[in-house]
Design a binder for this molecule. Sequence first.
Ligand SMILES: Nc1ncnc2c1ncn2[C@@H]1O[C@H](COP(=O)(O)OP(=O)(O)OP(=O)(O)O)[C@@H](O)[C@H]1O
Length: 302
Amino acid sequence: MPHPSSATQVSDDQRREPILSVRQLEVDFGGPQKAVVDVSLDLFPGEILGVAGQSGSGKSLTALAALGLAPTNAHINGSIRFKGKELIGASESERAKVRGSGMTMIFQETVTALNPVVQIERQMELALRANVECSKAQARERIVEALNDVQLRDVERVLHSYPYELSGGMCQRVMIAMALVCGADILFADEPTTALDVTVQREVMDIIRKVTDERELAVMLISHDIGVLDEVSDQLAVMYRGRVVETGPSSAVIADPGHPYTQALISSIPRIHGAHNEFIEMPQLDFEEFEPLHHPAREGVA
Ligand SMILES: Nc1ncnc2c1ncn2[C@@H]1O[C@H](COP(=O)(O)OP(=O)(O)OP(=O)(O)O)[C@@H](O)[C@H]1O
């Protein structure tokens, strides 16, 4: 179930103004089928939008397109508005500016995202000072604050560590802290806990929830595992073959999934009690047969 505090912390007014608004997004590589088709999503401050779907359903490309980091051979159409400003068609320098301070992404593989030969403090300082003007002392203060916010113990040791000296869970916390320190408004988290064991996975998800609430971040949390998303997301979007087939508040989608693909994803969630359906065959669906489903938002919210 979604975090109990989130519904009360986010006012309706804030919810009505998305910080990122994606409309009719298409990503086309010129193949027989578009990789992303007619995707429309909104991200709101203080909320986590979980994006679920099996491998190849277009989750990562949607996030990469929003960041302006889709492969160069991709043709992108539609609209992506960040704080009301259209990003599709914006220059690379404008996109880079938004990426630097407005939105950032964390991945499953922290190893490739962190520089292996640079200590954590230096990496964080470089990221911060590339985007924010501040003295060395101010930088250090912000870095320590961000590392504390992601509940890393022994901050001094972490600051002087190289990535290989930290566990996978610690590296992922550092990546989240890196996003915080630069003052990003939006965090795209693409399978951030898939490589971690279950206990650490839970801890990292809790931290993402905590910083979302405390810092009013807008988060797009991508996972093939709808069960993981259900635990922390406010809203859910289910993607299948490049399209969003079902959206709505997480609790509504999980309690009453209307689309057969969502139903299949939910029945593949491992359960401690009862049947554990490990090998669910995903249905091959005809889109003309099933309309996308949009559960109404919370009461009082447009
Ligand atoms: N550079 C590319 N050229 C051609 N097709 C691509 C390219 N990048 C991605 N695709 C295709 O786009 C589709 C969607 O990919 P995407 O990475 O968004 O899926 P995903 O849902 O994030 O899955 P995964 O979790 O496996 O990354 C896939 O079918 C993929 O093969």
